[in-house]
Design a protein around this ligand. Sequence first.
Ligand code: KG4
Ligand code: ZN
Length: 347
Amino acid sequence: MIRILGIETSCDETAIAVLEVHGNKFSVTAEEISSQHEVHEAYGGVVPELASREHMRNLPLIYDSVLAGVSLSIADFDFIAVTVGPGLKGCLLMGLEFARGVSTASGVPLVGVNHIEGHVLAPLLDNPDLTFPFLALVVSGGHSEIVQVDAPGKYLVLARTTDDAAGEAFDKSAALLGIPYPGGPALARLADSINSSRFTLPKVMREAEGYSFSGLKTAIRLLVEKENNWPSDEQIKAEIAYAIQDSIVDALVFKLKKAIKKTGIKTIAITGGVSANRALREAVKALPGVSVYVPKMIHCMDNAAMIAYAGYYRFGENNRHLDADPIKSRWPVEQLPPLPERNLNGI
Ligand code: KG4
Ligand code: ZN
């Protein structure tokens, strides 16, 4: 059995998880996620300095709580996996320095993990029947991309956003409707409260290879300004929310359809915070002949179980310790090195 401690602090969630691997069976035996939404709400978005400070405060508390919950000490772990990019530099540093401290004090080795690789692999953690190759639609507050996954570590990015991410498009649209940060889930609930809308938004950037939400954002702003009676009219507000959700989902699914056509791959995994969205899940499931996989709800958003899981593949004899400065605030998955030589017998 291999036991891994996962640590995630790339944005505004502080998360720690325990992952146990028995042969080819993976089980998350403990995990805690502390979200900082209340801290950032007043500012309408994540304030990096405040986020770093919250991570520094939360990490030791969550660490103690997770280990106490499963009656383990750090000596019971084979290695630690920590997110080292992409993400907010100060936030990543907090997680890394905490992990380094624990690793140095205990002698338990440490491996650095790419956050997007965590999201890409998360559907596998919760769906043992998901098979390669599959297309991962990675949709979160910071990322929107379609990745062809041929095996762990073998990724081909087929589409990526050139501006805002899907979650950002949800959150910024929600803010226009007076819904506090991060307004994506609340906007989705409002949209789901009705079945149709008198409004339609233009279909933008269909020809381009990648995603772009800036044109849509302008169209949404114009609609919200034009129909300015929404603050007093719940029906109109809901119908605007419906049109917004519909257009973001449509943009995501349009490019996914292109990727399916191009690759012939019909096994789809949706992952990242926006994969919690009901309308998106249903729209993808409605595509002809596809099988759709999503992580458990807790593993859709930022979490440490997916980091421990990606760490399982990234850990090898040659990378038991990190470089002096492993943090990469930008780190596209196609720049990941091949998986290391495996030799997990000795740990
Ligand atoms: O993966 P995640 O927790 O963090 C990042 O890596 O960014 O994703 C958070 C994003 C936020 O933008 C949030 O509004 C969005 O996911 N989100 C949703 C829903 N649940 C979370 N967007 C639309 N519908 C939802 N149900
Ligand atoms: Zn994320």
